[in-house]
Write a protein that binds this ligand. Structure first.
Ligand SMILES: [Zn+2]
Length: 185
């Protein structure tokens, strides 16, 4: 609990005007957010909250690196992140007004946890395909993975069909391939 509260902005208590917040999104942060794409990183987040009479404009400046797994060899790559994103927040009850840029917070609640938004902004800026520069992959793993991936994919699809894969959802089939290999050695 204690640590998560660190990313909560007490919107209701803020006075009209500009407020600055600084956060470090470290390994612990990514571990706790537990998003699918990033588990480690070191990002400096500068958040500006501009409060007006009826709404809040949040500007996120995010700079640093996160660790993602290479698509070819599954070893970690440092992915630089440098971006600026905005979010408008207003008080209300009608969540159906929400979209990518607008968040509705009930006035009773009066605060907003920024963790997931910051995670999403980071994840949004990771290229869909992320691989090591030429020659920097672990070629041994890359080769083995290529060979095993086809088999694993077929198995996964079969499991999906009979519904028994529910517990496996969320695990990367490539990891299973790698784990199997290591167990065999
Ligand atoms: Zn690689």
């Amino acid at each position: 609990m204690g640590r998560e509260e660190a990313y909560i902005v007490p919107l209701k208590d803020l006075e009209v005007g500009t407020h600055q917040y600084q956060y470090t999104l470290d390994d612990k942060f990514f571990e706790e957010v537990n998003g699918p794409l990033v588990q480690k990183g070191n990002i400096e987040a500068n958040v500006t909250v501009q409060k007006s009479e009826h709404s809040f404009l949040l500007t996120f400046r995010l700079d640093g690196t996160v660790k993602v797994l290479c698509d070819r060899c599954l070893e970690e790559i440092d992915q630089p992140i440098s971006c600026e994103e905005c979010l408008t927040v207003k008080f209300g009850e009608d969540k159906s007004e929400e979209d990518d840029q607008l968040v509705v917070v009930s006035e009773e609640e009066g605060e907003l946890d920024l963790s997931w938004y910051m995670y999403e902004f980071v994840a949004l800026h990771i290229p869909i395909r992320h691989v090591h520069p030429d020659g920097e992959c672990n070629e041994e793993t890359a080769r083995i993975l290529r060979e095993h991936l086809t088999v694993e994919r077929n198995e996964a699809e079969t499991e999906e069909e009979d519904g028994s894969a529910a517990t496996n959802r969320g695990t990367d089939p490539r990891w299973d391939a790698l784990k199997k290999l290591k167990d065999n050695n």
